[in-house]
Design a protein around this ligand. Sequence first.
Ligand code: SF4
Length: 929
Amino acid sequence: MISFTLNGSPVRVADGTSLWDAARRQGIDIPALCHDPRLRPVGVCRLCVVEVKGSRLLVSSCTRPAEEGMEVETRSPRVESSRRTLLELLLADHPSPCAAVPTEKGCALESWGARYEARAGRFAAARLEPPGGAPRHLARDRTSPVIDVDLSACILCDRCVRGCDEIQSNDVIGRLGKGARAWIGFDDGLPMGESSCVACGECQAVCPTGALTNRSSAGSAVHDHVATVCPYCGVGCAITAHVEAGRIVEVTGRDSPVSQGRLCVKGRYGHDYATHPQRLQVPLIRRESAYPKGPLSADVAGTGRRGKPGGIVRDEEVLPAFREASWEEALDLTARRLLDIRDRHGPGALAGFGSAKCSNEEAYLFQKLVRAVFGTNNVDHCTRLCHASSVAALMETIGSGAVSNVFADALQAQALFIIGSNTDENHPVAATFFKEARARGTRLLVADPRRPAIADHADLYLRFRSGTDVALLNGMMSVILEEGLVRQDFVDRRTEGFEALAAKLRDWPVGKAAAVCGLPAEAIREAAHLYGRAERAMIFWGMGISQHATGTDNARCLISLCLMTGNVGRPGTGLHPLRGQNNVQGASDAGLIPMVFPGYQAVGDERARARFESAWGARLDPRPGLTVTEILAAALDGRMRGMYMLGENPFLSDPNINKVRKALAALEFLAVQDIFLTETAEFADVILPASSFFEKEGTYTNTDRRVQIGRKVLEPPGQARLDWEVICDLAGRMGYPMRYGSPEEIFDEMRSLTPDYAGLSYARLAETGLLWPCPSEDHPGTSVLFENEFPRGRGRFVPVEYRPPQEEPDREYPFVLNTGRVLEHWHTGTMTRRASVLDALQPRPYVEIHPDDARALGVRDGDFVRLRSRRGRIELAVRVADRTTRGSVFVPFHFREAPANVLTIDVLDPYGKIPEFKFCAVAIEPVPG
Ligand code: SF4
């Protein structure tokens, strides 16, 4: 500790504390323009200067650490005079008023100037027009759809440069020119909207003036501020929503252990879907057989060309099939039809799809309705389509499907292995932590057939042949075995079945693995060294691993790799399948899966069932229910008759859409509860207008297992109701009253039946939430799992043999189709395609084709091609890019007007029942004209 004197008072601080931080902790405000606590201090603005006794010059307090015995004055006349003069100089060259002072954040230069009564007029303005040496068209740049640039307000503090670089690791912004002609530029002088900027908004968030401002908040003044979380991905970034007159005008990052104030483009700018004019506002009932069920166009080639920008459902084309109804009529009809089907065909003829976008409370109530009222375990959600195989493998080998460590633990790891994860686009804020770790010296191994952006930061990138993950991982493990990198003490103490794995690996010498996965043996050896030699190494994976017919095998191999190297149970180690939706972890925790009650208590376990029967006052089915994909198959063959869907859109998200169309159309009765008229809702008999994320309160569990509260920001539009109230109302009409006063009451019931959630009261979750397991109200929550043992006791090695993909390319269908997401859109695009900024950034479907293949096909960027598989065809524009490998193409699956899942194969992984979204064979034909 250091003792020194600050403004005459004794102060003690930790060694290395800057004078600026020390003063702040004492409640002393030192002005600063270039400094932000999240950035490395640089001391260029000189506004934070203080006087240190014995020092000839004033020193910048953000860069100068406190020293033993120092005597520091932060407000001496000399200091105050220096600051005033500096502010006057800066203000002399500053527009008045500052270009945009959008929120209460305002312009820091102007507000410090006012506090110091700095008079700009004292100095004649020697303003350069345009400011600095910037070309005139870049000085006022409105090419970005979200951020306005006004370089006349720029004070060259470099905060935007450092925010882009140090916080987001995007490295887009830099200082161009020299001296008085210096200016801030994007990608060496491109307009912002044409640069490689990913619109995360970090630059405007850290800019202290009006040089970089959010267009959405320009001119707004009076705000409510609501602390909540982002509604999109499993990272679960903490946000503050700023509201004016019933509209979110700005979202800012909030400090939290998850995101540390960082956001991506969806979190910061993807909020106006909630007030989109197409929101459903009144219940709808289908007119008797006046229209065929379902979207008319999804299996028709050419829709990618005709779809209007945004491509969203045209209400005027669809709404005539429905008539408006009262809630009474819509819910009575729903209850009557579902009960009728149950009575005629038994509970097994009913099913429910819940949603990983809904809160824990809604997921809990939904599965309770299906189990206790419908009388079946046929309840599932989109976890089946993202990490079901990962969970199957984790349950089998470890006994828990949860991540072992939080993603921010990457900062403590010596090595990271990221496989099958396009992290920058699917989990953008998690990616910033991985890149930060790399910048601090952590070694980074990335493996993916389609080059993800994070590969640019990797020590080693492996572009292996698609679908050969098992061969690659067996090859890596065989090197680790052969070269004595196995942590034998860990294997002996904590695992079982290693001999069987070792025997299997002897069949997989690195040369054989290399031949199968199309890599040099040396690259696989190097990868094994990078991971296997680290003291602390973490594995992160995404749907490139899980969405295969061998998804469970792929995950089994990753788990074996982790266990054989003893990389679990400590900070900076472990296994982390990055979860997709914002509440896919919580929906599973809440029992929205067919095999288990809340808290992963098996429906077949008599004691667990007795506990739930007693709590819910209903007889419960001991047999596991059907999964998402099995339910749709059952609809096709007539076993499934009636369904209730809350917030799911299987028509776009499930494989082989033309089959899904037949399944949905075959249902006797379908009720859909959603915020928009989705493609699936077009098949519905009853549509119930739901509340959006921003209109309700509830808890959400992120990929780390952190349970956080999402708070109400807006009122639901029209007659739209809160989802939990609708579920309760429907249950009552089906003869099972559910009475709750608030989401908190529902959560209290859920945690009373879910041991890992027992200690998570709303009061404790407060602003930043807690990590489960949290078994009691005095428990702090758990960051690192499996420190001493696994839930199943010993970790189990499951040796795996390589199996090729189900539908290899051939002469007729020579290309491999890979599907996935893009940064700006989410899943079926229901929300993001109605978020104006996101839609503007990524308005149309496309197929990414390797330049060599494009040349061979005779197509260029923007040309149209037809993609055909054995199941259907779509037409869409070409994007030529070498991210994809020769012989493979990539299609994002968000776009209704060219739905990738028309093409995908509905073959399933036998264990996780997850479809093979990442591999099927397609043909490509140019479309003339
Ligand atoms: Fe939202 Fe995920 Fe982006 Fe964070 S990383 S802002 S949670 S979409």
